[in-house]
Design a protein around this ligand. Sequence first.
Ligand SMILES: CC(C)(COP(=O)(O)OP(=O)(O)OC[C@H]1O[C@@H](n2cnc3c(N)ncnc32)[C@H](O)[C@@H]1OP(=O)(O)O)[C@@H](O)C(=O)NCCC(=O)NCCS
Length: 214
Amino acid sequence: MDGVPVSARAAGRGSHPPDDLAPTGDAATELVPLGGDAALMASAARALFESFRDAHPDAWPTPESAAREVEECVEAPNVCVALVVDGVLAGWGGLRPMYERTWELHPLVVDAAFRGRGYGRALLEGLEAEGRKLGLSGIALGSDDEDGSTSLGRPGLGGPGFLDELRALRNLKGHPYSFYERCGYAVVGGIPDANGPGKPDIWLWKGLGPSPGR
Ligand SMILES: CC(C)(COP(=O)(O)OP(=O)(O)OC[C@H]1O[C@@H](n2cnc3c(N)ncnc32)[C@H](O)[C@@H]1OP(=O)(O)O)[C@@H](O)C(=O)NCCC(=O)NCCS
């Protein structure tokens, strides 16, 4: 994959950028493969570590563990892309095999300084384009709730009533499942207590075909 400019749709969306960054519309923005560029990979590891440190402290507890994750994500057959804005890594994401025709989104990170400007959506669109090239029928992901930021983030929700709770899912404080919904992903399941009591994993999916279903 060569570097490609980010779609015009992504430019200029979302809230205002921090003062020290160029406005999105003026920035030179491109999607590039992450593997093989040591500086970009170091930035990716830093963004991963810092982005998950508070809400998911056990995910990548040290900068070294985040660097190892980046190394794994760029290995074949995984797909891994970085979004570069004026030469700086704004975010990155990857796909890895899960089922034969449906791969897992893992991970997706936009550096805190770049959030709210459509870059997360642009990364997803770039990965979806890569998925189509691979002939995938869909992308799936799990989005953990480890800090009670959804209505599912409380103990005692396992068992037969879980599906009803899932249908009534509410976002209590900025959980990213709503970001995925805005980008066309649907909540299709969940694992109660996936990461301990009251810490579920919420499953989302998007079809990549012409008619992704209802
Ligand atoms: C989740 C994340 C990737 C979103 O990136 P972003 O660049 O800020 O998102 P975008 O600006 O592209 O937002 C796209 C849309 O989603 C909405 N959105 C973004 N984050 C949201 C949230 N937490 N809750 C609700 N809506 C959200 C935006 O308002 C925008 O809406 P629009 O359709 O009206 O334009 C980013 O916040 C992040 O990296 N977070 C830390 C790591 C993380 O949680 N990764 C996902 C783990 S599963």
